[in-house]
Design a protein around this ligand. Structure first.
Ligand code: ZN
Length: 206
């Protein structure tokens, strides 16, 4: 029975890893490695190692969805190893119920830290660590794709006023043939905008 259940969870993690691999091959490799090693593990030290590997995967993953260099002026610098903050800022502007996904992801990340220091770490805890992290990463990616954040969200806060209310709007830019449609990231609070397609042109609407 135990083997069957392990196979079931390995199958689930494998599917999630394949999905994540479409977007981030490094993270997918870390997840696959953690799973392979766990299946050969039998000691507390080895179970703890799962926490270390998955924690690294979270840091790699959160860096791939968050652009630290575009943080708003006045916002304190975010450490590139602070996965929880990067996840929070990246998801805060996404569509849907991201509040709970942020909580789930933070819990999955906390489990990595707990596991890597737990002198009583078990196989089941390590499996829970890999499974919950892979699931959360898959859900974050789905959310980001549905919000089109991965392609057009270089800012998570308005650099002019610090508001989180940034919206992507359609904008018609006139040219010799009439006009062409571009995406315009606009602050609903102060009218600041950013047009990515036009070489990062930005300003504040009058
Ligand atoms: Zn603003």
């Amino acid at each position: 029975m135990k083997t069957e259940l392990t196979d079931l969870w390995k199958g689930i993690v494998d599917l999630l890893t394949q999905y994540i691999n479409e977007h981030n091959a490094t993270v997918a490799r870390q997840l696959a490695t953690a799973m392979d090693q766990l299946l050969k593990s039998s000691s507390v030290e080895e179970f703890k190692q799962t926490g270390v590997t998955i924690r690294d995967a979270w840091i790699e993953y959160s860096q791939s969805i968050f652009s630290c260099e575009f943080r708003a002026s006045g916002v304190s610098e975010i450490s590139l190893s602070d996965a929880k903050k990067m996840i929070k800022y990246s998801l805060e502007n996404a569509k849907g119920n991201t509040e709970d996904l942020i909580k789930m992801s933070h819990a999955a990340y906390d489990l990595c830290n707990k596991l890597q220091h737990d002198m009583n770490a078990t196989f089941d805890m390590a499996l829970q660590c890999i499974s919950s992290s892979a699931l959360c990463m898959g859900l974050i990616h789905l959310t980001m794709l549905h919000s089109e954040l991965l392609v057009q969200r270089p800012y998570y806060k308005c650099p002019n006023c610090g508001s989180l209310k940034l919206e992507t709007r359609e904008h018609w830019e006139p040219d010799v043939d009439g006009a062409f449609k571009v995406n315009k990231l606009t602050c609903a609070e102060c009218g600041w905008f950013y047009i990515e397609e036009m070489g990062g042109m930005s300003g504040v609407e009058g």
